[in-house]
Design a binder for this molecule. Sequence first.
Ligand code: SF4
Ligand code: SF4
Length: 324
Amino acid sequence: MHDTLPLLEKIAFPPIRRGPLDTLQINVGYRCNQSCVHCHVAASPNRTEEMSGAVIDVVLAFLERRRIATLDITGGAPELNAHFRRLAVAARDMGVRVMDRCNLTILEVPGQEDLASFLAAQQIEIVASMPCYLEDNVDRQRGKGVFDGSIRGLKKLNALGYGRDGSGLVLNLVYNPQGAALPPPQVALEADYKRVLGERYGVVFNGLYTMTNMPIQRFGSMLISKHQFHSYVDLLRHAHRDENLDGVMCRNLISVDWRGYVYDCDFNQMLDLPLAHNGHARPHLADLIADDIAGNPIRVAGHCFGCTAGQGSSCGGALKEAAE
Ligand code: SF4
Ligand code: SF4
């Protein structure tokens, strides 16, 4: 795989600093029931990296001590981590909003039959990747049969109240473009998703997050192989909007890997660019429990234009809805 970091580090991005921390995003391991071709952590059923119970305890201590509002749990399939349910219950008991980045097909995996009921009972928000509302496109990206499995998963969640008005059970979907293009306006695409998934499958959900593809990992490597890397980065740079700088997610979030090491965001985690803090080469979450990192500089490079191009992009979708 081509490494895009040497190219990205040569591209200047405006300096930005951290604001108050409100979200802890943690990657609890790379094991997954799927092995999608585009997966940015190369997750698969054979991966063994997993956040340990000891690191989960540090996460819980951090949530409590720093009074973090939101815990965003990613993987792999995060639910396969042996400590997932203990973590989720303890965080919810503290009043933390918990988000599970769920791939939907995990709901059918043997041993996970009660997962949907568990998530609903704990009022855990679900963020589910659904790169298209068309079967062929989803199966091409994520594997044969994944679309049908995802629809069954969505129906199961809807039956529990997820995505339905007044239930308090939030179900959001995530879209990212199939190739080297910016995502379409989020509001218009959300309306299309709601119409098609509703009419064809009777599925409902709350919101759609559109995310820009980052020129890193497998996608970045593919761009280099196809000689599209520079044209894609130019597309992002030309679509940059200064006003998006205030809303980039790294101002209020830190990303933690399965070992407990900390990064400004998930993308920097994938590029192995650790958070800058007090001269630590690689700060661990345990090092930050007593420290306030507001005001620290954020490690930026050319990939950051993926967050500020057009309507902007974050783990919560578009930053602006002006580009409707
Ligand atoms: S479902 Fe998600 S984590 Fe699992 S292989 Fe696919 S993209 Fe990776
Ligand atoms: S890529 Fe990460 S560090 Fe760069 S702007 Fe986006 S969230 Fe911030």
